[in-house]
Design a protein around this ligand. Structure first.
Ligand SMILES: CC(C)(COP(=O)(O)OP(=O)(O)OC[C@H]1O[C@@H](n2cnc3c(N)ncnc32)[C@H](O)[C@@H]1OP(=O)(O)O)[C@@H](O)C(=O)NCCC(=O)NCCS
Length: 164
């Protein structure tokens, strides 16, 4: 059974592992530069202190932490989401899909006008999981200055956006 729990400072141990995992990093930021304990701590603390972001630990059977789902409110009242199942042996079992659906339920009270995400166009497993939850492709967005992630597929739950 998959449940979500609001992320707390003591959960940093999982992130020290997941944020260093090269397979996960290749599928997300693409940046493989080593990251120090101090950097992880700083980024993690900033993430939790941000009042416009909601972070959840994904739990299997109420106790095993397997991943993280984030919802980041933007100034235009939209919200960007991203998920990782950090424990790779649990990929492809429907847990990601379930966690996204639970997360969308958790944030529904904030009445964001749009929930969107950016995903690598070749990350077919993630794209399928997001589609399972009602996201649809909006288009490609290019980041020519970012050599690690030059193009993403934008997907959205809300009305079609021209902002791609
Ligand atoms: C993306 C991620 C969260 C998805 O969670 P998951 O539990 O593995 O995914 P699910 O089992 O819920 O759903 C995966 C779907 O993709 C399908 N799938 C798996 N591999 C696939 C592939 N190579 N091509 C196409 N579809 C694929 C599965 O059949 C399933 O679809 P179905 O439910 O209709 O059968 C997880 O795999 C993960 O954390 N990956 C690494 C980090 C990442 O890529 N995060 C997204 C960044 S935007």
């Amino acid at each position: 059974m998959i449940t979500l729990k609001r992320l707390k400072l003591e959960d940093i141990e999982y992130f020290s592992k997941w944020w260093r995992d090269p397979v996960l990093r290749k599928l997300t930021s693409g940046v493989l530069k080593p990251i120090s304990d101090q950097e992880i701590k700083k980024y993690f603390q900033e993430m939790l202190a941000n009042k416009t972001e909601y972070h959840f630990l994904i739990l299997l059977n109420q106790k095993k932490a397997i991943g993280h789902i984030a919802f980041r409110g933007r100034k235009d009242k939209s919200c960007e989401t991203q998920i990782i199942i950090g424990e790779k042996k649990y990929w492809g079992k429907g847990y990601g899909t379930k966690a996204i659906k639970l997360g969308l339920g958790e944030i529904s009270k904030h009445n964001y006008k749009k929930v969107y995400l950016e995903v690598r166009p070749e990350n077919l497993r993630a794209i399928k999981a997001y589609k399972n939850c009602g996201f649809r492709p909006i288009g490609l967005k290019r980041y020519p200055k970012n050599k690690f992630l030059p193009v993403v597929l934008k997907m959205s739950l809300g009305p079609k956006s021209e902002d791609i």
